[in-house]
Design a protein around this ligand. Structure first.
Ligand code: ZN
Ligand code: ZN
Length: 364
């Protein structure tokens, strides 16, 4: 066991507490990564607010990048010093989901409370989302990480591990967009902007962003949206039809957690269109739709976790896209903070005006 500094959730809805915790060395198939950057995702905030329950105390944080500092037995070809992205996708590789090409919905359980973390006095401490990355170091499965170039700054790299793969992956993998398709993206936040640039990369004909402020619609256009629609309109889908030449969309990507967005999403669909649920509403929240319309028009509503990505395939592709100038990463970061400032960074994210806030670790 070694002692590291982490931001710990001791009570839902309360500020995180910076404290010393214990981290076990990597076991079989695992590596230790010393972190340079971890971004704050809305999922971290939902967990910290108690929206999805879970064990306490816990360490959240799952959008991270750093350098391998220890390697366990049978941990692939990773070695100390490799720069990597750390994701929450702890896939077993052999269950029906993994073998079927969908490691994001791996069915093999992993007990996050019996993971590598303990409190300073040796008590149980949850390694939330199999990462626990609001900490100086993590111990994770080698299947959760992907090597990245030395030259890719870690703050940008950290974004690849959740927001970018979720948004771009939803457009490319889940919605299976092809050139010429029309797309509506509901929400132009961290994931929404990536869904928009994913639709652009996939060759969409028209991309309509729907959000609550003109300012966010303008930012959406920088990422590839061709049109913007204010969600506050009486029937915003009608404005979207107009932008799409009088018809509904081939795909609607719902990137927010607000239930009205789920209730309204099918309204934006054209014949044969598909709505992809990407945002994560709180447990127990229900949405409604009219089955006869979906049946008659051959439409679908489907969930997508983490953009249905295969990280070993998709993250190197996205790194190339960035290096070729086809994927925006720099523009996604709205603030950089230290671990000690994490509660301020979370408060800033909750205002809704931020894109991604990133915690940088001082390793000097
Ligand atoms: Zn996330
Ligand atoms: Zn699996």
């Amino acid at each position: 066991m070694q002692t590291i500094k982490a931001a710990v959730c001791r009570a839902f809805g309360e500020p995180l507490v910076i404290e010393e915790v214990q981290l076990a060395p990597p076991g079989t198939g695992e590596v230790e990564v010393t972190l340079d950057a971890v971004a704050i995702c809305h999922s971290d905030i939902s967990y910290a607010e108690g929206a999805w329950g879970g064990f306490l105390p816990a360490v959240y944080g799952h959008e991270a990048a750093g350098v391998i500092s220890a390697v366990g037995e049978a941990a692939g070809d990773f070695k100390i010093g490799d720069p990597v992205v750390v994701t929450l996708i702890r896939a077993c590789g052999t269950c029906p989901s993994c073998a079927g090409g969908k490691p994001t919905i791996c069915g093999t359980p992993y007990d996050t409370v019996k993971g590598p973390l303990k409190t300073g006095d040796g008590g149980p401490l949850e390694q939330a989302m199999a990462c626990g990355a609001f900490a100086e170091k993590v111990v994770v499965s080698h299947r959760q990480i992907v090597k990245i170039p030395e030259t890719l700054p870690k703050d940008l790299a950290s974004l690849l591990s959740c927001g970018v793969i979720t948004g771009v992956g939803a457009a490319v993998n889940a919605a299976d967009l092809r050139p010429g398709r029309d797309v509506v993206v509901i929400g132009a936040g961290g994931v929404g902007l990536n869904a928009i640039q994913g639709a652009r990369i996939a060759g969409a004909r028209r991309i309509v962003a729907v959000d609550t402020t003109e300012e966010k619609l303008e930012i959406a256009k920088e990422f590839g949206a061709t049109h913007g629609v204010l969600a506050s309109l009486d029937q915003p889908w009608k404005a979207a039809y107009k932008a799409l030449g009088g018809r509904g969309a081939d795909a609607v990507l719902i990137t927010v957690g607000a239930i009205p967005a789920y209730d309204q999403a099918p309204r934006y669909l054209g014949r044969g269109g598909k709505a992809i649920m990407i945002g994560m509403p709180h447990s127990g929240d229900m949405a409604s739709y009219e089955p006869v319309v979906l049946a008659a028009l051959g439409q679908g509503v489907v969930g997508s976790k983490m953009g249905d990505v295969v990280i070993q395939r998709d993250i190197p592709w996205m790194v190339d896209l960035y290096e070729q100038g086809r994927l925006k990463l720099d523009e996604l970061i709205s603030g950089r903070w230290s671990l000690d400032q994490i509660n301020e960074a979370i408060a800033d994210t909750k205002t809704g005006s931020a894109k991604r806030n990133v915690i940088l670790f001082d390793r000097t």
